[in-house]
Every structure is written in C-alpha cells, then in structure tokens.
Design a protein around this ligand. Structure first.
Ligand code: BG6
Length: 515
C-alpha cells in the first residue's frame, strides 16, 4: 500500500477554551501512583497555560505521613520527570498551593480535620466554596470515603442552590458487575446528586477520541454513508504491548473484560456508532450514548461464539523475552483471568442492523495500537473485470487513536504507467505531522472540564448500568460454565480462536499498526 500526503487548510481553526474559576481540589490517595504520574503534571500544565485559576489549591490526603513540605518536594520531583526544563521558582509558585493531611480513610477524626482545613484554605486562596473531591484510591474505599464526606457535611455546600459547586470525581472501575455498580451508585447518591458526580474514563479525555465526534458531526460528507447501506463491518482494537506490570493483584480480579472492555472499548463504540446528538451539551451526547448501548443485541447466557478470551504466555516483545501472565508478580499460579477478549456484536437499530462490530483488546500483543476501522462495502459491480479485477478491495477509513494519532482512508486509484494498473493508496492525516505538538494529557482535559462543571466527557450512571447489563451475562456464564481460555504467546498479533471469530464470517482482523 502506498501513501499520499494530505494537505489540510488551516484557515478555519476554531478554538474555544475557558479557564477554570477559583477552585479547591481535595485528592484522596495523594501519595499514590496516579497522582504522581498523571494528576500533578496535568494540573501543572493547566497552570502553565493559564487555565488554572490563581485562586487554586490542592489538599492531598493519604495514609502515609508527610508534611506539606515533603508533599511539595515529591510533587516537584514528579513534575520534573515530565517537564525537566521548568525553572525552580516557577515550579514553586505552583507547589506552594499544595497541602497535605494524613489519616485513616475510615476514621471520622480525619474528616473532622479536613473540614476546618478546607475552610482555612478557601479563605486563604479566596475561594467561594468551589470544591472537587477526587477519589484516587482503590475502589473498595469509595463507599467509606463518600459516606464519611456525607456525614461530615462536606458533600453539601452551605447554600443548597450552590450544590453543583461541590463535585466528586471517581475513577473506574465502577463496580464489578451490574449489581455492584448499582450498589456503588446508591452509596454515591445518598451524599451527592448525579449532577455533582464525574466518573472518569480517561479514554474520553484523549484528543483523538474526542475527535471522533468532530469528524462525524462537523463534516457533512460522512454521515450519509455512515450506516448499513454502505458499511460492511467495523473493527475496534485496543492492543497493548505491556503486560499487567505491577498491577497483578488488581488485574487478576478484573481481567480484560472488566478492565478495558466494559469502559474504554464500549465508549469508543458508542462514539463511533451513536446517532447525532442535538447539541454539544453534556446530556445530549450522553443520552445518545446510552441509547446506543441499549441497542446492542443482548448476549445469550449460553453464548459461545460471540466472545473469545485468551491469556498470554511467555513470549517476545520487541525481541526481548517476557514472562507469561501466570508468572507475573501477585498473579495466582493457576489464574483463569483473561488478558485478551475478542467479541462480535450487533446493534439493533435502523442504522446498524446486521452490521457486525468486531472488538478486540489484549495485553502483551505485538504492538500498542488503538483504532477504529470502518470497512465500506465493495463496489456493487466491477467495470474492470475484463482486466482481471473482479473483486475490488473495499475502502477502509481508520480512526487512529494511539500511539499514531490520525485518520487514514484507503482507496483505489490508477497508478501511472500501464493502462490497467490500479492500486490501493492511503490518504493520511497525522496529528503529529500537521500540528507538530504532543497531544495534551487526557487528564488535563478531564480535570479542567470537571472544574468548569462540564460533564460531557464523564460517564453517567445509566451508561455504566447499560454496559454492565450487557456484559454481566457473559461474565456469569464464564464463571458458572467456565469457558475456554485460549493461550497466546506474548508478542502475538492474534491466535486461531480469535481469528475464527471473524474469519468464519469471511473477514479478517486488520494488522496492528498499519501506516
Ligand atoms: C487502564 C487500564 O484503564 O487503561 C490498564 O486499567 C490499561 O490496564 C490502560 O493499561 C490503558 O490506557 P492507555 O491510555 O495507555 O491506552
């Protein structure tokens, strides 16, 4: 396949960005990995871009005993790892706004200490009650912390009409099945309104995932063909080359279906397949997403052919030997947890009836590659059959999410030279080539939107439930009846049973990381 360049007019760039107003951010789990790797650098970048108010503070809370000074030093170190050239004075200007309290999350005295600290910091930083509580702790602690916040009166502002000034951010997983997600929601809603809750799926903060909406609904030429009349099938891939790394104990209880499929994968599916929302408002978009999730044909509990699961064994990644899943630290030696899932599903509505959607996600695959590939139907009749071209390859549109970020369109064209020479060319739009800059961290977008009170990129409880409702029968059937857990060597593109899922329909998985 050859590539042709794409020139995009940059005359019509329409950008709108609003800076956050005065805000306090209270982070539970402040000494943890997510804060160090993602949250601090994202907040710092917002600060650099003047998108964080000068009236801002972060109050970190965790069990580890630290002074404000130690917390600030650790934060500086974490930020320097991603932003080594920043001047010490400028960094201090940011970290001077960080504070820390240690304590036990279940202990009321911690919350008795948090309340006056918040009041003191609000006064010091001139903040009129706008507060974000961020839970960056293991999910089993969500209930305890939320309950304590409620009992301490911290989930409600002094004036009830200012309720939306107080927000709660929760990281996935939101439960482990339908019932547990409803239980969690019930606990949350005892203390917070749905309008105060921001459930993070970090995929929604990725530039290229947000671009799916722009691409589909800011152009008139794609929507008319975005349906069963023109589209043969859709493939959605989230492949990772990393293994479970240091997260074995969490992952072993979760597996690929809960860790990636229920959230990131279904979010990408909804954006690719939902109906046009009436506006760019949070609930217009979220209503359409829920409608789409509810249109997915339910899986029968005895479903054997629509889902395939696998687990990686020892293999080679970039020529380097890596251990199999069972040899990963803190994974049970006879674990039956899947690290790969492939599925075929149908969306029962007018647009998509009988168009198969093939989805796959796995760890320790040949490459990191996240993309949505829309394969169009072949031409109905080939006028080139006399030249031996009875079957023309179909057009494929690929929305590349990461690590290459862009859009590819494959089409047939005449090659110079002999009269009958046709080949597949690729029109390629690459974010990096065109815009040159590194995409912002997903958390920058999400933290800013949360402070602005924009829930568009956050998942609503009804969408969480619709996703679990769909997948719970599969998980139950895996647990009850067992299901074959295929093995694949680390570094594999796929394996026979996963291939069979799509090849039995006369189609093939696309290779990872085409360019
Ligand atoms: C997380 C999963 O939500 O997403 C991880 O828990 C996974 O298992 C990660 O590795 C992938 O995120 P990204 O942004 O690297 O694609």
């Amino acid at each position: 396949m050859r590539q042709v360049g794409l020139s995009i007019s940059r005359q019509e760039i329409i950008c709108a960005e609003t800076a956050a107003g005065p805000n306090g951010l209270v982070v539970f789990g402040a000494s943890g990995d997510l804060v160090r790797r993602k949250l601090l650098i994202s907040l710092f970048r917002l600060f650099q871009h003047d998108l964080l108010s000068e009236h801002f503070y972060l109050l970190g809370i965790a069990r580890t005993k630290l002074s404000d000074e130690q917390f600030r030093r650790d934060a500086q170190q974490a930020i320097r790892q991603k932003s080594p050239d920043v001047s010490p004075e400028y960094l201090e200007e940011f970290t001077d706004r960080l504070y820390y309290i240690s304590g036990d999350y279940g202990d009321m005295s911690l919350y008795a200490a948090i309340a006056p600290k918040i009041a003191e910091l609000n006064l010091k930083h001139h903040i009129d009650g706008s507060l974000v509580f961020y839970l960056s702790v293991p999910p089993f602690l969500y209930g305890t912390i939320i309950e304590q916040l409620g009992m301490a009166g911290l989930s409600c502002p002094m004036k009830p009409d200012l309720k939306s000034n107080i927000k709660l951010v929760v990281e996935k997983p939101f439960g482990k099945d339908l019932q547990s997600s409803m239980d969690l929601s019930e606990k949350i809603h005892r203390c917070f309104d749905e309008s105060q809750v921001y459930r993070i799926d970090h995929y929604l903060g990725k530039e290229t995932v947000q671009n799916i909406l722009m691409f589909r609904f800011a152009n008139a030429i794609f929507e008319p063909i975005w349906n069963r009349n023109y589209i043969d099938h859709v493939q959605i891939t989230i492949a990772e080359s990393v293994g479970v790394e240091h997260r074995g104990s969490y992952y072993d209880k979760s597996g690929a279906l809960r860790d990636m499929f229920q959230n990131h994968m279904l979010q990408m599916l909804t954006l690719a397949a939902m109906e046009p929302p009436i506006s760019f408002e949070a609930d217009s978009i979220r209503d359409e997403k829920v409608k789409l999730l509810r249109s997915i044909r339910p899986f029968r509990p005895d479903e054997k052919t629509s889902f395939v699961r696998g687990q990686y064994t020892e293999g080679l990644i970039n020529g380097k030997k890596v251990p199999g899943y069972l040899a990963e630290p803190t994974v049970g030696p006879d674990s039956k947890t899947e690290t790969f899932v492939a599925a075929k599903l149908f969306i029962d509505n007018w647009r998509w009836k009988d168009v198969p959607f093939y989805l796959r996600t796995g760890k320790r695959m040949a490459a990191k590659d996240t993309e949505i590939a829309i394969t169009f139907k072949s031409v109905p009749h080939s006028m080139f059959s006399s030249m031996g071209l009875d079957i023309m390859p179909p057009n494929v549109l690929i929305l590349q999410i990461q690590p290459q970020e862009g859009i590819l369109l494959n089409f047939q064209a005449k090659r110079p030279g002999s009269k009958s020479c046709i080949s597949t060319l690729t029109m390629n739009f690459s974010y990096e080539e065109l815009f040159g800059t590194e995409a912002p961290e997903a958390y920058e977008r999400l933290l800013l939107d949360c402070m602005l009170g924009d829930q568009t990129l956050f998942t609503r409880q009804d969408a969480i439930e619709a996703a679990w409702r769909l997948l719970t029968p599969i998980m139950e059937s895996w647990e009850k009846n067992g299901s074959v857990l295929y093995q694949y060597p680390a570094g594999a593109e796929s394996f026979p049973a996963a291939n069979e899922l799509i090849e039995s329909d006369g189609r093939k998985w696309y290779k990872l990381l085409r360019s």
